[in-house]
Ligand binder design. Structure first.
Ligand code: PMP
Length: 412
């Protein structure tokens, strides 16, 4: 079966058991217990079609791209450029607006270097939010901008009145997450883009957490830049996407120099290839792009409406069960949120909670989740985070709740 046709043949209703069977790792154990993987916000597990697509590429099509005149290189080049077309289709953009990068982090660094820095005057700011991942804060600071943050309410929502006021100060860019990795809040990115554009401010949307859960349409969102990581959307690590409006890519200088991004090189100077190639110096992660295309194709073949309903049901089930545990406090209760649950447990350090859950085979994350400013705002040094994906089950929610009750007894 080819990566492009594989997926869920003939499956009409959402069947989580059949879907789980497509992810080999989910049948394994951890600490002698069935693996309960609740850390998909950190990285998602991979379906067999993705693992096979990467293996098949190395087995049958591996060569460097854009360089060889021989058939194998032509095949590798076709695989790479087909992957770009697949990404473009999946986000609703044009093929030459898709730049392959290592992940969300590199995408934002690219925009900071090539878009922000040339526009930055002394005192220039980037407007972010208090809930941003460090990847959507530090690159702007490295490029020389001051970061100013839209406040987050106690429930974990953005203060849109403050956002409107802050946009009047004309930041060089608004950079916001589509879904918060720490709280699960789904931000009103369409509304924020419209607001920003009314003030002439371009917008970057960090879609790292949204791509696995929502159908992404960059035109409907109305952003200037959208980025995400392959590994969170059931694809390989080391590959990611920057989508940008063509008008921006055309005037942005290259981010890195090297092979494959040039038009002509002389010792006196160099002219560059057109976008997106001018941003893709050196040999890229070809197999990664092939795997990412397989992942996006697989995801597109699923019943997205049914998956959304399943994930919402997991979120509601987990919220109900966890809220009923004495001493457990949920952090982030926005009405529009993904199946990400952050919490604290009275008297227990989040790292101890996560270690004890590990003993039960339950994988969760503890710490600041690369959102130190958010945790400072919430007055918490750390939280525990359980994050769900389309392959999780209500039995796993129950296993988490049971394990937490056990932990609670130890600290109670
Ligand atoms: N932004 C958000 C919202 C994230 O959740 C993450 C990953 N935790 C990143 C950016 C960075 O992604 P990556 O490490 O894949 O570059």
């Amino acid at each position: 079966m080819s990566a492009l046709t594989a997926g869920a043949p003939g499956r009409t209703a959402f069947d989580v058991t059949a879907l789980r069977a497509e992810f080999p790792i989910l049948a394994t154990t951890s600490r002698g217990k069935p693996l309960v993987y609740l850390d998909s916000a950190a990285t998602a597990q991979k379906p067999r079609v993705v693992i096979d697509a990467v293996g098949d590429f190395y087995r049958h099509d591996n060569a460097n791209i854009h360089r060889g005149v021989y058939q194998l290189s032509e095949r590798a080049t076709l695989a790479w450029e087909s992957a770009r077309a697949c990404v473009a289709t999946s986000v609703g953009g044009a093929v030459d607006e898709v730049v392959f990068v290592r992940g969300t982090t590199e995408a934002i660094n690219l925009v900071a270097h090539s878009f922000l820095r040339p526009r930055l005057l002394p005192g220039g700011t980037v407007l972010v939010t208090e809930m941003e991942h460090h990847a959507n804060i530090v690159p702007w600071q490295l490029a020389g901008a001051a970061t100013v943050a839209i406040p987050v309410t106690d429930t974990g929502e953005l203060d849109l009145v403050a956002a409107e006021r802050m946009l009047r100060d004309r930041p060089v860019l608004l950079a916001i997450s589509h879904i918060s990795n720490a709280l699960g809040t789904i931000n009103p990115v369409e509304e924020l883009c419209a607001m920003a554009h009314a003030h002439g401010v371009p917008v970057l949307v960090d879609g790292a957490q949204a791509a696995p859960h929502l159908v992404i349409d960059v035109a409907a969102i109305g952003c200037d830049f959208y980025c995400f990581s392959g590994h969170k959307v059931f694809g390989p690590t080391g590959i990611g996407v920057l989508w940008a409006k063509r008008e921006h890519l055309d005037v942005m200088p290259p981010y890195q120099g090297g092979g494959d991004m040039i038009d002509e090189v002389t010792f006196a100077g160099t002219t560059y290839a057109a976008a997106p190639r001018k941003f893709e110096a050196g040999t890229p992660h070809i197999a990664g792009a092939v795997g990412l295309a397989a992942a996006l194709t697989w995801l597109a073949a699923q019943d997205r409406v049914a998956i959304q309903a399943h994930e919402d049901a997991l979120r509601d089930d987990a919220t109900g069960r966890l809220a009923a545990i004495p001493g457990l406090r949920l952090v982030g209760t926005a009405p529009r949120k993904a199946a990400v649950l952050a919490f604290t447990l009275d008297g227990a350090h989040p790292h101890d909670v996560a270690s004890l859950l590990d003993g039960e085979g339950v994988c969760v994350r503890a710490g600041h989740h690369c959102t130190q400013p958010l945790h400072r705002r919430l007055g918490l040094p750390a939280t525990v985070r359980a994050s769900f994906a389309l392959y999780n089950t209500h039995d796993e929610v129950a296993a988490l709740a049971r394990a937490l009750v056990k932990v609670r007894r130890l600290f109670g």
